[in-house]
Design a binder for this molecule. Structure first.
Ligand code: HEC
Length: 105
């Protein structure tokens, strides 16, 4: 093994733990990421349900969701319907996005 290869190996060894550390310290929900997830997976069905305006399902006067836990439950239910395997933190990103933009609970 030549020297350059060894140096590269050490760099990788030292860099990897930092990446893991960084990925584990981002606890706060990320609504921008939630919007991406939501728009890619959830919007089209709501669009056809609401006659072209997907946001209406969250803003109509007789909307179903009235609490943050209700919102979490509904996102989890719809997630299962769609069949996406979002871990807990991605569910929270979507909940945060919907709450900041529409529900304001
Ligand atoms: C296959 C169609 C479909 C898809 C895809 C879908 N939904 Fe829904 N969603 C519905 C229906 C139907 C309702 C209930 C409408 C009603 O009760 O009047 C609903 C309602 C909701 C509500 C509650 C709205 C209210 O009344 O307050 C939320 C929140 C929601 N969906 C989130 C999501 C999320 C997040 C996703 C993506 C993971 C998603 N939905 C994907 C069909 C869908």
């Amino acid at each position: 093994m030549n020297l350059q290869h060894k140096i590269l190996q050490y760099k990788t060894l030292f860099f990897l733990p930092f990446c893991l550390l960084l990925s584990q310290t981002t606890f706060a929900a990320n609504p921008a990421h939630g919007k991406d997830l939501h728009d890619a997976n959830c919007q089209s069905c709501h669009t056809s349900l609401m006659g072209g305006n997907p946001d209406l399902i969250y803003t109509r006067p007789d909307r179903r969701v009235t609490s943050i836990n209700g919102l979490r439950n509904q996102v989890t239910r719809c997630k299962t319907t769609v069949g996406v395997a979002w871990p807990e933190d991605q569910v929270e990103d979507v909940v945060e996005y919907l709450n900041t933009n529409f529900y304001k609970l």
